[in-house]
Structure formats: structure tokens, C-alpha cells
Design a protein around this ligand. Structure first.
Ligand code: GZL
Length: 338
């Protein structure tokens, strides 16, 4: 996907937001006992900005942290958040978006569970003149006017970083290195893009071969179940690439039950860097994690205020992220926010 827009560090955006909210809050404090932002809202400036948010579900530690970030940021900003948990179903997200349109919210934001199938409902929001912000996951709509901006990570890059680390780690291998891959939710942008980035990176070393790849739906249970199948069907597994920590954590149970030592017999690479994943990395059960930050709440509130006010916003706001080795995880763990 062609990238336009800006890449801001979380710190940079945080500072920008702090100034914005302080200005908004001060201006708002005189007009509302809730400290709501006075230059927002659809009527008279005294009403709170109302955001309708449709969340994928609660499938992983990452998702929980993302939900907490959004709810806390809305409270801090003094905005009203209508929050809907779609339990992993696109039809529930479409229903929620239609409800938000009916309720005439000021801004609609959502994390699309899958990339396709959104044009109709996004056109309804556009016709109702309600701006839409994509958070976390992208959609494959050809019509970019259906949403104002996307805020989230570069998933292809996350897959690439994972693959590049493995190419270095296995550079001395003289024979085949068999990789199994736990994909995220079928059709989800992070699953499609992490798979793409990883495959492109490992092509640098012909010894590295993905011998099995299947969705574990980003959940621990899914990771465990599919890893059990991988272990039964593949006598020699050298590496597991899991599209998120939770599937990797589920796979640990299957690997141990099969009498193998995770992190040693099977090299494990994951994405996210949530606390439980970082603990597994520090304990030597994982070998490498590419970070994917769920802390999008403050940036989302800042963007919502801007799109409601009709201000220009970048087409894409990417959060800066890093990677962790086992040693780096030990250092980072005590300060991990999620
Ligand atoms: C990525 C996010 C993914 C996480 C998973 O931004 O959409 O969904 O990597 C989560 O943990 O379930």
C-alpha cells in the first residue's frame, strides 16, 4: 500500500495531544462541567465530542490493551465514547456502525476485523456526513474518500523484521530450516501483511522453508490447537513464526507437551510484545519479538477532534515501534505499559 502521511513517535504525538487537549480543555472548562472540549460536538460547542467505536473483540492481550488505551484516552479528553465489542464478527461491526449513524455520533472509528466488505456501510457513513477513522487494521476499499485517516502499524514491516532476524540467526545453517507459521485471523490486514513481509525477508536464505502455515485466529487456544497439528504432521520443526504473542503462548503448551524445549529445540518469533510475550522472551521460551503498539488511544482522540473540526489530517499515521531480543526483553519488562 502506498504510504502517504507522517510517521510520528508516540512521544511526539503525546506532546502534541497534551498541548491540544490543554488548549481544548481550558477553552472547554468554561463551557462545560465535564471539561469537555468546547470546540467539538455538533451543537453549540457545549456538547462533548461523541465517538462511536467498533472494536474487533477481546481475542488477545494486545486487544485488551488497545481497548483500555482508547477508553482511558476518551475519558482524559472528556469525550463521550460509545464502545461496541464485535466479538470477532464483521456483521456485528457493520451493525454497530449503522447504529452510530442512527445516533448521529460526531466521529466513527473502528478496527476492521477483516480487510474486505466495508464499502457499503462506509458509504452510508459518508452520506450521513460522519467522518470515519480507521484504527489498528486497514480496509482494502479502492475509494479512499470513505475514511479520513488510518492510524496504526506497518504490518508488512513487522513481518519483515521478524524474517530478517531469522535470516541472520540461521545464516550458518547448511541444511533445510523448517518453519511453521501461525497466521492471524483469516482476511485480517495484520495476518495478510505479516505473512507477506516475513516471506519476502526469508527469501534471502533458500534454506529457510515455511513447511506449514495456518490461522490460529490470534488466540492462545487457536495457537495451541494448530501447533498440535503442526507437531503431529511435521517430524522436523526448527522455527515457529506466530503472527502474535498470544498464539505463540498457546503454542508453548503444545511444544512442551510434545517433549520439546521452546526457544531451544524450536526457535520462536512472534509479534506484539505484550507483557506475557515479553516474559516468555525474557525466560528464553521465545527468541525474538517485533513490537506492535496497541496504545493508539491518545492519537485517536487527537485525530477525532481534528476531523470533527474539519481540519486536514495525514492519510496515514504510523506509530513507531521496535524489536526485542531476549536480553532486551529483560531490560524492558519492568517498564512495560501493557
Ligand atoms: C495488530 C492487531 C492484532 C494483534 C493481535 O495491530 O490488529 O490483532 O497483533 C490482535 O494480537 O489480536
Amino acid at each position: 500500500m502506498a504510504k502517504t502521511g507522517i510517521t510520528l513517535t508516540r512521544r511526539g504525538l503525546g506532546a502534541m495531544l497534551a498541548v491540544g487537549l490543554l488548549a481544548g480543555g481550558l477553552a472547554g472548562c468554561g463551557n462545560s462541567d465535564t471539561g469537555g472540549d468546547s470546540d467539538s460536538g455538533s451543537s453549540g460547542g457545549n456538547s462533548k465530542l461523541v465517538i462511536g467505536f467498533s472494536q474487533v473483540g477481546a481475542e488477545s492481550g494486545w486487544r485488551t490493551a488497545n481497548t483500555n488505551s482508547i477508553k482511558e484516552a476518551a475519558t482524559t479528553a472528556g469525550y463521550e465514547l460509545k464502545f461496541d465489542d464485535a466479538q470477532g464478527k464483521q456483521e456485528n461491526q457493520i451493525k454497530a456502525i449503522r447504529n452510530f449513524i442512527q445516533q448521529k455520533v460526531d466521529v466513527i472509528a473502528f478496527s476492521p476485523v477483516v480487510e474486505s466488505g466495508w464499502d457499503t456501510v462506509l458509504k452510508e457513513a459518508k452520506d450521513a456526513k460522519i467522518p470515519v477513522i480507521l484504527t489498528d487494521r486497514a480496509v482494502d476499499s479502492a475509494d479512499k474518500s470513505l475514511y479520513k485517516t488510518f492510524i496504526g502499524s506497518d504490518f508488512v514491516k513487522e513481518g519483515k523484521l521478524a524474517g530478517e532476524w531469522l535470516v541472520k540467526e540461521k545464516s550458518a545453517a547448511t541444511g533445510p530450516v523448517n518453519i511453521v507459521e501461525l497466521q492471524g485471523t483469516t482476511g485480517a490486514a495484520p495476518a495478510n501483511d505479516r505473512k507477506k513481509g516475513f516471506a519476502e525477508a526469508i527469501a534471502a536464505n533458500p534454506n529457510l522453508k515455511v513447511v506449514a502455515s495456518q490461522s490460529g485466529d490470534f488466540t492462545r487456544a487457536g495457537g495451541k490447537q494448530v501447533m498440535e497439528q503442526f507437531l503431529r504432521a511435521n517430524p522436523k520443526i526448527d522455527v515457529l513464526f506466530a503472527h502474535n504473542d498470544d498464539m505463540g503462548l498457546g503454542a508453548l503448551e503444545a511444544i512442551t507437551a510434545a517433549g520439546k524445549t521452546p526457544g531451544k529445540d524450536i526457535t520462536i518469533i512472534t509479534v506484539d510484545a505484550v507483557k506475557d510475550g515479553m516474559q516468555a522472551l525474557a525466560d528464553g521460551k521465545f527468541n525474538f519479538i517485533a513490537e506492535c503498539s496497541p496504545l493508539l488511544g491518545p492519537q485517536l482522540m487527537d485525530l477525532a477532534k481534528k476531523v470533527k473540526a474539519g481540519e486536514e489530517v495525514p492519510a496515514r499515521v504510523e506509530t513507531e515501534e521496535t524489536t526485542f531480543t531476549q536480553e532486551q526483553a529483560k531490560t524492558a519488562l519492568p517498564n512495560r505499559k501493557y
